[in-house]
Design a protein around this ligand. Structure first.
Ligand SMILES: [Zn+2]
Ligand SMILES: [Zn+2]
Length: 353
């Protein structure tokens, strides 16, 4: 079968001789159709700031497809069903899994990083990793719901506890933060302010329902002038934005850091934290419930994310797609790979180059 494989030397190539997997007992075979490109994939292939557990490995962990085969003992899904795939394979036995924090499972494997991924014609996953997709949800949105939208949902709903009437600031609205804008509005936030240095990302945020969008200096000034926010969501992973997010909280406010970075950040005086009762929390990945809820909100129309899916490209062009994610030339917060599209005939249709 065809598959985009990261080899031992760090090169990603699309091959047509990769062995087709067969579903073992308890597994489902999925014929993949649409699979997103995540920022983590750029780290594996281009800047090498993170590594897969082994190589050669098929990458891709934002998958949508149709059930193509069932291993022994699998019930509840049928061949032909539309499904999204949960990217984390967890043990469901450790104390973290048993306490509902499967994202922190000590034995977790992420497909396309620690197990075979989905930029391929087929994959096999444990049956509990497939989630049904309602007819009202498009293939591409189902794909991005599995990682990008669900990770934002976890930040906004679980860690941020955003609810009706709240004032929310979203720092960084090009990637995950763009979904966070829409999710905060869907959860009833009264005011959502988007902050991003890129005009395009600010425009996308406004299209997604942000009440205002500013570049960072102006955003910090406007938010603090208006008394601060209840929840600040940081999706950049830089010391400067973490500090601004914390310093622009109202008393009792909460800053949620989802952006990943390596700089030390100064979150302010201890006394300020105490007297103002500030909270600072991290947010990592998501739970299966975040994926299911994201799919429900998108399918019902309560959550509208017009710029989350950007350009759609054929599998043959996935390496070029990674370069485009790296440089920010995406047409939306995610580029999605159309596994079934043929490179030659679909070039014009998908508007490449
Ligand atoms: Zn990802
Ligand atoms: Zn576990």
């Amino acid at each position: 079968m065809r598959a985009a494989v990261l080899d031992e030397s760090g090169e990603l190539t699309v091959r047509d001789d990769w062995p087709e997997p067969e579903p073992k007992a308890g597994e489902v075979l999925v014929a993949l159709e649409k699979v997103g490109i995540c920022g983590s994939d750029v780290h594996f292939v281009i800047d090498k700031s993170s590594k897969t557990s082994y190589a050669p490995i098929v990458l891709g962990h934002e998958p949508y497809g149709r059930v193509a085969g069932l291993g022994e003992g699998v019930t509840g899904v049928e061949v032909g069903d539309r499904v999204a795939i949960l990217p984390l394979i967890t043990c469901m036995e450790c104390d973290r899994c048993l306490s509902g924090k499967t994202r922190l499972c000590k034995q977790r494997l992420c497909i396309g990083a620690d197990a075979e991924g989905c930029w391929a014609d087929f994959t096999t996953v444990p049956a509990r990793n497939v989630v049904p997709v309602p007819d009202s949800l498009s293939d591409t949105l189902a794909a991005v719901a599995t990682d990008s939208v669900a990770t934002s949902h976890h930040s906004v709903a679980t860690q941020g506890r955003v609810g009706p009437g709240m004032r929310v600031a979203v720092w960084g609205t090009g990637g995950l933060g763009l979904s966070a804008v829409g999710i905060a509005k869907a959860l009833g936030a009264e005011q959502v302010v988007a902050v991003d240095p890129r005009e395009e990302a600010r425009d996308w945020a406004l299209l997604t329902g942000a009440d205002a969008a500013y570049e960072p200096e102006e955003g910090f000034a406007k938010i603090t002038e208006q008394g601060g926010v209840d929840v600040a969501l940081e999706f950049v992973g830089r010391a400067e934005t973490v500090e601004k997010a914390v310093r622009s909280l109202d008393d009792g406010g909460r800053a949620v850091i989802t952006g990943v970075g390596f700089e030390p950040a100064n979150a302010g005086r201890i006394m300020t934290f105490v007297l103002r009762e500030r909270e600072l929390v991290g947010s990592y990945g998501h739970e299966p419930s975040d994926v299911r809820r994201s799919i429900e909100l998108l399918a019902s129309g309560e959550l509208v994310l017009p710029k989350v899916v950007g350009d759609v490209i054929p599998l043959a062009d996935v390496r070029k797609g990674l370069d485009r994610v790296h440089t920010g030339d995406t047409g939306g917060s995610r580029i999605v790979v159309d596994i079934k599209a043929c490179a030659d005939t679909d070039q014009d249709q998908v508007g490449l180059n």
